[in-house]
Design a protein around this ligand. Sequence first.
Ligand code: NCD
Length: 315
Amino acid sequence: MRHILSTQQFLNRKELAGIFKKADVFEKADRRGEIAKPLRGKILACLFYEPSTRTRFSFESAMLKLGGQVISTESAGHFSSAIKGETLEDSIRIISGYSDMIVLRHHEPGAAERAARVSDVPIINAGDGDGEHPTQALLDFYTIQKELGRVDNFKIAMAGDLLYGRTIHSLIYLLSMSRGAEAHLVAPPALRLPEKYKDYLSSRGINFFESDNLENTLAKVDVLYMTRVQKERFASARLYERVKDAFVLNKELLAKLRQRAVIMHPLPRVNEISQEVDSDKRAAYFRQAKNGLYVRMALLDILGKRSPKTGGKKL
Ligand code: NCD
């Protein structure tokens, strides 16, 4: 694993446990204000062709906390030579000469894989269109472990935009690392999970149920993972308008959720979780976002130390 392109690279419990342990260690060290600086002298490039708040800032903060430095562009479609017609491959070839790792977010599925083919340094997929978002799913799985106290024998409802939601796609693969996980796929008919992910769940013997009724699902699950309807992926505004408020978790619905359930969301939220839910102790989404910092520190530490420019072993 030299690059991070898909959660399919992380289907190993021991490796996941190692990453999560490292994240725990970094969190504790951060609280004490005593993080070692293992990436001193290293440069992380953040190349974002799509908007981001959590992913880019947490990666940048993670790198700085580890003693490294950051070069970064948001709106890379406008602020990089892409606007002049440069290909992604050429941009990556150049930036990989200036940095030790590249975090890439792009609107095309498969973009991170294309970048990895021409890069001299590790590529981290920070979202490739409606493909995957592996580091988000890793921090999601870490959050489940932290909030629920286990990663086995739990029932999860994934609700909202299962068609375009890349965090969902990456999390589906990780569910196979859990013994006895059960998935409730809750989406309006137009936003159902693509077949290939359902085939994957079947092939790994994971029980799943599809429905378009959130209310009836709430009492059945330990984890409720809400998602935003991915407006930017729709061919027409009319189609988006039709499904955008398919599910709204409000106080009334909250009453139906198990007392010890965990509410997650990769964020940003739009209307799908009312603000009145935020003060409920089951609402874990802001803690989840904070966990992202430590999981990304763990990943950068692993990749940065093994980066070929240091003469280290390839991942
Ligand atoms: C997600 C993404 O970009 O896929 N955001 C994130 O990284 N936390 C989810 C989303 O945009 O809905």
